[in-house]
Ligand binder design. Structure first.
Ligand code: PBG
Ligand code: ZN
Length: 322
């Protein structure tokens, strides 16, 4: 059977028919809002390269998190900007560190919100790499204890989910065993499993002050050309005890997300990263595209490809529209 009997346009004729024929829906329940926290009080500092994104002091962060919860967004992911950095990332696992204090306050004052933390060293190292260095090498095994201690300190502060983003080998196992050995069996791990060495992190590094002082991240983040390797990373992280897997960035890697959806039965998260967000804003500011529609289309395509969770700087605007 074909045209003129078959006419796909029949079900596109009216808004109501289109609503009935719609296959994918974005839901607030999928959204995760990234938040940057820094020292100070009453601070709400705009990030120049990310319109609508701010760095908050802890008091202002609590107010923002209440608004996020009131909009029906279930979760936030926290990134810390410490006032001091050093070669070993001492601030990363400090019991009174910026993220640890922020998590304590959020869990006390915004009680229903799921608090996730990004576990990495790059915001806390003076060289800006995600692991420890020896000479110009980013060394794997010595970094694991620092990452595990960081995740444990977040769990002690009350984090519901820890999300390692460093891409060191074996870090999920190291974190799982540190958590379990200290009574945090119920803290979940969302692993940034397929994290690519991407040009799209530029605005984030501006926001988090985490640009590497030398070299780049290609010896630990993945080569954008690789798909099979992503499945291997995801399988390994599941074996090591990850509860959920992340693919990052999102739009340039929808093929990875789609294929991961067919292979794995755990929740899949996609991170619509800073560069993806800022490009839409920049084009909209020039009057070249409708920014709201472009953002919605981007997030919808991420859901259509198979993401359960979408990490997006546009979560609040989107929650208002949904
Ligand atoms: C830290 C981290 C990065 C992002 C999330 N966690 C930056 C990086 O790896 O360089 C990027 C997020 C974004 O661009 O929105 N490891
Ligand atoms: Zn990092």
């Amino acid at each position: 059977m074909s045209f003129p009997i078959v006419r796909p346009r029949r079900l596109r004729r009216t808004p109501t028919l289109r609503r009935m024929a719609r296959e994918t829906r974005l839901s607030r329940d999928q959204l995760i809002f990234p938040l940057f926290v820094r020292e100070g009080s009453n601070v709400r500092e705009p990030v120049a390269s990310m319109p609508g994104v701010f760095r908050f002091s802890i008091d202002a962060l609590v107010e923002e998190a209440k608004r996020v919860q009131d909009l029906g967004i279930p979760a936030v992911i926290l990134f810390g900007i410490p006032s001091a950095k050093d070669p070993c990332a001492k601030g990363a696992d400090a019991a009174d560190g910026i993220v640890q204090r922020a998590v304590e306050r959020l869990k006390r004052e915004v009680t229903d919100l799921c608090v996730m933390t990004d576990v990495c060293l790059c915001e806390y190292t003076d060289h800006g790499h995600c692991g420890l260095i020896e000479g110009d090498q980013i060394v794997n095994d010595p970094s694991l204890a620092r990452l595990a201690a960081t995740a444990l300190s977040h769990a002690r502060a009350g984090a519901d989910i820890v999300a390692p983003s460093d891409m060191m080998d074996g870090r999920v196992a190291a974190i799982r065993s540190a958590l379990d050995a200290n009574g945090f069996q119920d803290v979940a791990i969302l692993s940034y499993a397929a994290k690519y060495a991407s040009a799209y992190y530029g605005p984030f590094r501006d926001a988090a002050e985490s640009t590497p002082a030398f070299g780049d991240r290609r010896s630990y983040q993945m080569d954008p050309a690789n798909q099979r390797e992503a499945f291997r990373e995801m399988e390994l992280d599941l074996q090591e005890g990850a509860d959920a897997l992340m693919i990052k960035p999102a739009l340039p890697y929808l093929d990875i997300l789609y294929a991961a959806r067919q292979r794995f039965d755990v929740p899949l998260a996609a991170y619509h990263v800073s560069g993806e967000y800022s490009m839409i804003h920049a084009a909209a500011a020039n009057g070249w595209i409708d920014g709201v529609r472009a953002m919605e289309e981007a997030l919808l395509s991420i859901a259509r490809a198979g993401a359960d969770w979408i990490i997006t700087y546009a979560a609040k605007e989107m929650a208002i529209r949904l």
